[in-house]
Write a protein that binds this ligand. Structure first.
Ligand SMILES: NC(=O)c1ccc[n+]([C@@H]2O[C@H](COP(=O)([O-])OP(=O)(O)OC[C@H]3O[C@@H](n4cnc5c(N)ncnc54)[C@H](OP(=O)(O)O)[C@@H]3O)[C@@H](O)[C@H]2O)c1
Length: 264
């Protein structure tokens, strides 16, 4: 209850906020009193989510349509956010081009995929920080949450672009934290699907991958076997279950940060 009272005047921005983890963040922090701005490509999905959050929490939700695979969306976002006091930014948007693993050169539509992954997973985070940090710095308060992944923990062949993009998220977050902690701003990266924040399935997979020597894990035979295994899984549609885990550990650690920054 203490958190709810203190977060009431704070404004939350969530990229990729219409579905999945971003939507769950928007719901969770709105239920603790924050007004919310969610961004994604589809106006319909955004409006549906906004209506649900407003009805359930009574908080105001603003939607902004933006395709982060493009690099010309930031002027409009900046214009829409410029008069708002953003307390919390959740850089959630991120794309895994295909759940089916493949070697870099065998990636479908490689050129476009490179642009999409770089723009959505890395550039969007840096641009949104560029837009939101100055206000946080001026007010001496703010929380930025950047979504990484368990795949950033060890080199993950067959998901090279995606896993490397998540390493960028972590390095960028750590450097920014060092630059801005003295200004009262906390920057957190979260390994969704990692050791601490994932489902039981994710945790087991993480443990297994980290336990195998890289000579075995990265061998050609292992990679071929893994591609065949995931393709088989996809045929029986088990892959849909991979992304379904509770926001609880993720959201809880962010709430603790918000309490530290805005309530203490
Ligand atoms: N789910 C997992 O198991 C998992 C594991 C590790 C890491 N992560 C990371 O956690 C974050 C969220 O994952 P998620 O599984 O919740 O994602 P998701 O369910 O696929 O949701 C993606 C959200 O991003 C939006 N989006 C997708 N492409 C976009 C684009 N080009 N421009 C703007 N918005 C876009 C979608 O809305 P529109 O379609 O309307 O644009 C949607 O709101 C990602 O950074 C992901 O890498 C997830």
């Amino acid at each position: 209850m203490e958190i709810a009272g203190k977060l009431t005047n704070q404004q939350l921005v969530v990229t990729g906020g219409s579905e999945g983890i971003g939507r769950a963040y928007a719901f969770e922090l709105a239920s603790h009193g924050m007004n919310v701005i969610i961004l994604s490509r589809s106006k319909d999905k955004l409006e549906r989510t906004a209506k649900e959050i407003e009805e359930e929490t009574g908080k105001r939700v603003k939607v902004l349509v933006a395709d982060f695979s493009r690099d010309d969306v930031y002027r409009e976002i900046e214009d829409n956010l410029k008069d708002l006091e953003i307390g919390v930014l959740v850089n959630n948007v991120g794309i895994l081009p295909s759940m089916i693993p493949s070697k870099f050169l065998e990636t479908k539509n490689l050129n476009q995929t490179m642009t999409d992954v770089i723009n959505c997973n890395m550039r969007a985070m840096a641009e949104m920080c560029r837009i939101c940090l100055p206000g946080m710095e001026k007010r001496g308060k703010g929380v930025i949450v950047n979504l990484s992944s368990g795949v950033a923990t060890i080199p993950c062949p067959l998901y090279s672009l995606y896993s490397a993009s998540k390493v960028f998220v972590e390095r960028f977050s750590l450097c920014l934290q060092a630059e801005y902690s003295a200004k009262g701003i906390i920057i957190q990266y979260l390994k969704a699907g990692g050791k601490i924040h994932g489902s039981v399935g994710h945790t087991f997979m993480g443990w297994l991958l980290q336990s195998l020597p890289s000579g075995i894990l990265h061998s050609e035979a292992m990679q071929e076997g893994f591609i065949a295994y995931v393709k088989k899984l996809s045929q029986v549609q088990l892959l849909n279950q991979v992304g379904s885990y509770s926001l609880f550990p993720l959201g809880f650690s962010t709430l603790k940060l918000c309490r530290k920054v805005f309530c203490e």
